[in-house]
Design a binder for this molecule. Structure first.
Ligand SMILES: [Zn+2]
Length: 257
C-alpha cells in the first residue's frame, strides 16, 4: 500500500470513529495512527477532531524517535512535546503530534499491527470509571467479542497521558504477548478509555464497535443480577489463533526487548 493509500484509510477510519452518533469521542478526544513503513507512522495532531479528519489532521513521525521517549524517565509534558516534535519527519510542520503518540509508536512497532484507534466511548468509560473496572472485563460474554476483541482484553491501570501511560501500556501488552503468544486486539485503560489495534483499519473499527456493544451488554447483565461469562474452553474453541510462524516472530521480539 502506498503512503497516500495508508493516509486515506487512516482518514476514513478516524472519521468513522469520530462520528457523533457512535458516542466514542467528543471535541478533540481520541487519537488514531497508522504504520507507513518500518521507520515511519502517521498520528493525529494535537487538538484535531477525529470527526473532521483530513490530510492535514495527521503528522508523519519517525518510529525510533518516538519509541526512544518510552525508555526515558521523569520527563515533563513540555520535554515530551519537544522530543515528539524532534521525531517529526517534517521539521517545518506547523502541527504537533498528540501527547499520546508514544503508545501509538509502541503498538505500531508490534509485528502485524498497522492501525491503532484510541477513543473514550461512554459505555466503556462507565465500566472503566467504576470500582469494578478490572474485574468486569475479565472474561468474554459472547462469540462476536471473542472473534473481534480476542480471547482476553488487556487492562491498564490509570497513568498520566504521555509517558506514564505509555510505559504501563507497554508493560501490560508484553505480559499479554508472553501469555497468549499473539497481540491483544483491545486495551482498556482505567478512568480513560479504549485502544483497538489491528492489521487493518476495518478491524480497528470492528473491535471498537464490538467492545462498546459488549460494554452495554455487561451493564445490562449487572442490572439483571450479575454477569455469566463464557467458560474458558468455549473461548479457546471459538478463538482463531494467528498462524504459528507469526506467533513465533512475536515471541522472539518480546524476548529480545
Ligand atoms: Zn485518551
Amino acid at each position: 500500500m502506498s503512503e497516500k493509500e495508508i493516509l486515506a484509510q487512516l482518514i476514513a477510519m478516524s472519521r468513522e470513529l469520530g462520528r457523533p452518533e457512535n458516542d466514542y469521542v467528543i471535541l478533540g478526544e481520541g487519537n488514531t495512527s497508522a504504520k507507513i513503513d518500518e521507520e515511519h507512522f502517521f498520528v493525529k495532531a494535537s487538538g484535531k477532531y477525529l470527526a473532521d479528519s483530513d490530510e492535514n489532521t495527521f503528522v508523519k513521525v519517525k518510529l525510533n524517535g518516538a519509541l526512544a521517549i518510552l525508555d526515558k524517565d521523569n520527563l515533563t509534558d513540555d520535554q515530551i512535546k519537544e522530543l515528539l516534535f524532534a521525531a517529526c519527519a517534517d521539521p517545518d510542520s506547523s502541527i504537533r503530534p498528540s501527547i499520546e503518540t508514544t503508545f501509538h509508536a509502541f503498538l505500531l512497532s508490534l509485528p502485524g499491527v498497522n492501525f491503532v484507534g484510541h477513543t473514550h466511548p461512554t459505555p466503556i468509560l462507565a465500566m472503566m470509571c467504576s470500582i469494578n473496572a478490572e474485574n468486569i472485563i475479565r472474561g468474554r460474554i459472547c462469540p462476536e467479542e471473542i472473534v473481534f476483541c480476542g480471547p482476553e482484553s488487556v487492562y491498564v491501570e490509570y497513568g498520566d497521558p504521555g509517558l506514564a501511560l505509555g510505559k504501563k501500556i507497554r508493560e501490560s501488552v508484553y505480559r499479554y504477548i508472553d501469555k497468549h503468544g499473539c497481540n491483544p486486539k483491545v486495551i482498556y485503560v482505567q478512568n480513560h478509555g479504549l485502544i483497538a489495534l489491528a492489521g487493518t483499519a476495518d478491524e480497528v473499527i470492528a473491535a471498537t464497535a464490538v467492545a462498546c456493544k459488549a460494554a452495554r451488554a455487561l451493564t445490562g447483565a449487572m442490572i439483571f443480577g450479575g454477569v455469566r461469562y463464557l467458560p474458558e474452553e468455549d473461548v479457546e474453541r471459538i478463538y482463531v489463533r494467528p498462524d504459528e510462524a507469526y506467533r513465533l516472530e512475536q515471541l522472539k521480539r518480546a524476548r529480545n526487548r
